[in-house]
Design a protein around this ligand. Sequence first.
Ligand code: FES
Ligand SMILES: [Fe+2]
Length: 406
Amino acid sequence: MAADQNDVLTMTGPGTPMGEVFRRYWQPVALSEEITPGGKPVQLKVMSEDLVLFRDDSGQPGLLGLRCSHRLTSLAYGRVEDGGIRCPFHGWLYDVSGACLQQPGEPEESSFKDKIRHPAYPCRDSGGMVFAYMGPADREPPLPPFENLLRGDGTRIADYYPINSNYLQNLEGALDPMHSTYLHMDKWSEVKEQVFAQPKVEVSLQETEWGVWRRSFGPTPHRETVVASYGHFYMPDGFMGIRKDSRNSGATPLIQKHQSWYVPVDDEHCRRFIVSFTSRKSTDGAEFSYAVSRDAFVAPGPENDYFRTYGEVDTISGIPLRAVHAEGSVKGLLAQDSMVNETQGAIADRTKEHLGSGDRLLIMTRKLLQRAVEDVRNGRDPQFSRPEPDDEGMVRVNGTDDFEQG
Ligand code: FES
Ligand SMILES: [Fe+2]
């Protein structure tokens, strides 16, 4: 891949080609619970834009430019009251649409406030997360009614964590169908001969209206069979992982659907938002629950060596499958995944890589993103920015045979 193509794929600031593509999709920017009516505003960076998120006293979420239109002080230090957010410096008051409602220091009869249009983006709560649309107002699509956000017949958990590298290499890491067998394999020294002897991971890919459908059959050490796993790419930064819950392997297993967005913070950071949904189908009626560790989150990184203990842990890297720190365990496979994605560099230099036959999904993904750049450049809506809901009014990211659709 040429350097300029890599720049196009990885840069999402305002005015960049991929930035214009991303700004045509609703993206999660926070959890709904992080902002309460009248509560403390939250400072955010999304796609290299400095923003402030708050919930006004009527419950409406608002996403505004961080710096006050008067003299550029941070509104994150303001107070949410009187139908908007009030700047701490001279008390200008803005509502969620960016209208300036008050300028207490100006003369009573002044209409100066009516001339102020503070940057504001539409945002909405859905499935426990706040979604924002940061694109041109006249192209705003409806917020897609994703199944994971709307279904009421099971358990849903929304969460996110911060990542210190570009969105694309982390998305590609999630989509990578091969790495589980190596990066995430425990008892490596015992099973590796068996892994090498087993049939290769078999990957099926298909282009769909949302992006790429992926099924892989991979080796499972200590077992005779291979298992199917589904991990689809959906535009523009999405990963939908579908799994059977191994703790309910009876006649009607629980199906977990983990929907992720790798939302750029800036070109060298992103946040992975996940909303997981599990239908209540187990014979014992038990609800699925997750160990959520965001409150005690310690990001695995070079400063803690990604929790590696080379001599003691029998994985290739020496990073344990479930890393443990003082306050609890690190979310899932995050320490291993973050290590492989971050050590590529803040923005992976794709001019230097050598893609093999197992990397076809990455090539397809990049082509779809490049096509979306062309679409937006030529005045078209990019793929899947306006998905059609099905008969039940929902948008589903799965194929017909994904464990019989879950
Ligand atoms: S800087 Fe915000 S009111 Fe003056
Ligand atoms: Fe992984």
